[in-house]
Each structure stands twice: as C-alpha cells, then as structure tokens.
Design a protein around this ligand. Structure first.
Ligand SMILES: Nc1ncnc2c1ncn2[C@@H]1O[C@H](COP(=O)(O)OP(=O)(O)OP(=O)(O)O)[C@@H](O)[C@H]1O
Ligand SMILES: [Mg+2]
Length: 373
C-alpha cells in the first residue's frame, strides 16, 4: 500500500514583489517524520513553513496535507499548528487556560471534563506538572516554550510546524529542549517540520534535513549525509567544512571503475598540492574538481613524529584558537593554502603547539569529499 505523504509541495512558488522567497519548490514529507529546513537568513525557510501552515498563499503550485490540496483552506482547517519563536502565550491566562484555549473554541465542541483531562496529559508530556495555575510571566523561557508546545500538541494536529522555537533560549537550555522535542515527537508520533539556521540543532533532531538557498533546496538528505558528504560548496561551507580546494584530476585508477566509492583519483590543486581522493567515474584525467575536508579530519603532528595518513604535507601554524574541548589550528601549506584543523585540546596540550611551529598536516582518502560543482 502506498503511503500518503503527510506534507507535499508541488512546484510551489511565492513572491513578495520582486523577491522570489520560495522558488519552484517540491517536497514530500512522510507521516511521523522530523523534517528540518536549514539555511541562512532570508533563504525562504519561514515562508515555506507559512505556506504549509496557510499563513501565505502560493503564487504557483500546490500544497497538500495528507493527500489533500489545501491551497484555499484557512490555517485553522488544515490540521496543522505553528509554534513560533516568541511563544505568543496569553499573559493574562494561567498556563492551564493557555493550553486549553484551542480546545475551548466553540467550533471544537470539547466537553469541559475532557478539556481538563487533555490539558493534564499535555502538561505531563512537556514535564510541567504542577505549574498549571501559574501565569506565563512566572515561568522561565524554557518553561514558556514548553507551554507553547503543549498548547499546539493538545489539539493533536497531523503536522506541527516549528519556526526557530528555541531561538530565544541560552545554549544549555536549547540543548536540553532539543532532546525534549525529539522525545516528545517520538511519543506523539506527529509530523514535525522544523525551521532553524543552526546546523547543530538540525543535525541533533531531524530524520531528514533540507539545506535551503534562494528559495529552493540545495541538498536534501539525512543529517549524516549532509554533514559528511555535502554536495556543493555552499552546503560544505554552511556545515562548517571550511577547507575547500579546487584543482584538476591528474590520474585515476582504471580498475574498479564502476565502484565509485572504491575508485582512487590523484588531484593537483590550484596551489600545487598533490592529493589522493576517492572520486566518481566522471572524474577522468584532466577533469576539474573541487573537494572539501572537515576541520576535525585534518590531523596535525610535530614534524619529527612518525605517523601515517594518505595525504601528508609540511605546514606551519599561523594561528591557534582555544575553543574549550577542541583547539583550532590554522596551518599554512605551500605558502598559499591555509587549512583549518580542529584537534582535541588534550592533544594540543600534549604537543604544546605554538604559532610559528613547523608541523606536518594530513588527512585520509575517505575524508576528501568531492563536490559536484
Ligand atoms: N511579508 C513579506 N514581504 C516582503 N518580503 C518578504 C516577506 N516575507 C519574507 N520576505 C522576503 O522573502 C525572503 C525569504 O524570507 P523568509 O522569512 O522566508 O526567510 P528565512 O529563511 O525564514 O530567514 P530568517 O532566518 O532570517 O528568518 C527574504 O528575502 C524576505 O525579505
Ligand atoms: Mg525565518
């Protein structure tokens, strides 16, 4: 039996004057999925969410929820709820009454004893039992965020839309709430569409992530795919793989040519480094190529130390930044190619790296990620 998607966008476009906020976007989200829209400011994340929720009307294309075209349905008839960054709680109502608000609307016809039961369950779900009689200004930011979530979940929407809901919280609370959101999503089994510009946040919670750029998807995949094998320079950059090289293929192994993952290519970068990488079949000798390497994949050792990696070069530390558990080293290679390496601070302390030190720098074949543009 074919599963009906929870949310489907078919060639959806939304313009604001000259700005194309969402540009011919197509997307299928399955029921119960935790799906994140990730990207820099202005790339169209909120507009996409608002199109699903019915707060914007598409200029072209169709929005479907549970297989039904909802283009002309108002938000309250779409079986979706939105949770915003600013929570938008009613300050004069208690927490219980805030959560009960939607249930008590006449159109819902929920009997009062049932309302109270559902509110109690919702409070339990977000771990706020006992705080129901307070008002919003008597709660912390994280607690208010849970109330906003409970208020949306108590209506048991098919789809919950969340627009940077943790943006106002400090780092520690945000981490805790990420974990909570994931737990709650598993418990209620509702489709979550989550907007964020924070890659770590998207990685930690999502089943799939779409990286957006200029109103469309640059790459869509599991967190692991997006993180480990960004396909474009934009995604590599956005995911923090700050080492990007361009060059050309100078040799490619012919054997195992139909197994792209096992094929080895030799690249000469524009700055003259010779690098061994994995590469697809299209990368024959002479082809131009670019690739990225994550900072944590680049190892740094003192020159006199014996160690091995598929690609090793001489370098010089030009900058060192302590970041807590990791330390970032900028290492100049062949005069013009500084690479960023992130090593465990324990290792940095062991070798006592200093700016100006001559070091050897290296990474393995599987850490070279060939980009498609
Ligand atoms: N109501 C509007 N009127 C005019 N332009 C708009 C409107 N809403 C959004 N835009 C424009 O559409 C583009 C996409 O905006 P959107 O709010 O979807 O971005 P975003 O990815 O959510 O960004 P942020 O991370 O800053 O929230 C931007 O260029 C924005 O200026
Ligand atoms: Mg936004």
């Amino acid at each position: 039996m074919k599963q009906i998607p929870s949310v489907e966008l078919i060639h959806v476009t939304k313009r604001f004057g000259d700005v194309v906020a969402v540009d011919d976007l197509s997307l299928i989200i399955q029921e119960g999925e935790f799906f994140s829209l990730l990207g820099p400011s202005g790339c169209g994340k909120s507009t996409t969410l608002r199109l699903i929720g019915g707060l914007e009307h598409p200029d072209a294309g169709d929005v479907l929820i549970n297989g039904e075209v909802v283009n002309d349905l108002p938000p309250y008839e779409r079986n979706c709820n939105i949770v915003f960054q600013n929570y938008a709680l009613f300050p004069h109502l208690t927490i219980e009454d805030n959560i009960a608000f939607g249930l008590r609307l006449k159109s819902r016809r929920v009997a009062e004893p049932e309302v109270r039961k559902l509110v109690a369950e919702a409070l339990q779900l977000v771990h706020l039992e006992g705080l129901g009689s307070r008002r919003p200004n008597q709660l912390s930011g994280g607690q208010q965020q849970r109330v906003a979530l409970a208020r949306a979940l108590v209506l048991r929407p098919k789809v919950l839309l969340l627009d940077e809901p943790l943006g106002a919280l400090d780092r520690k609370l945000r981490k805790a709430m990420q974990f909570e959101l994931r737990r709650i999503q598993h418990e209620v089994d509702i489709t979550f569409v989550y907007v964020t510009h924070d890659q770590e946040e998207a990685m930690s919670m999502s089943d799939r992530v779409a990286v957006m750029r200029n109103g469309n998807f640059e790459q869509l995949g599991t967190p692991q795919e997006i993180f480990q094998t960004p396909r474009t320079q934009f995604v590599a950059d956005f995911m923090g793989a700050s080492n990007i090289f361009t060059g050309r293929v100078i040799a490619a192994t012919a054997e195992a040519a139909d197994d792209a993952a096992a094929r080895t290519i030799h690249i000469e970068t524009e700055t003259g480094l010779r690098v061994i990488s994995r590469g697809g079949r299209e990368l024959s000798s002479g082809a131009s190529v670019s690739f990225s390497i994550r900072p944590e994949a680049i190892q740094v050792f003192p020159r006199d130390r014996d160690w091995s990696a598929d690609n090793i070069f001489d370098g010089r530390i030009v900058e060192k930044i302590y970041l807590g558990d990791v330390t970032e080293l900028q290492v100049a290679l062949a005069e013009s190619d500084p690479v960023t390496s992130r090593i465990q601070s324990r290792i940095d302390q062991k070798f006592e790296f200093k700016e100006g030190d001559r070091v050897s720098v290296g990474w393995n074949v599987e850490d070279c990620n060939v980009l498609s543009n």
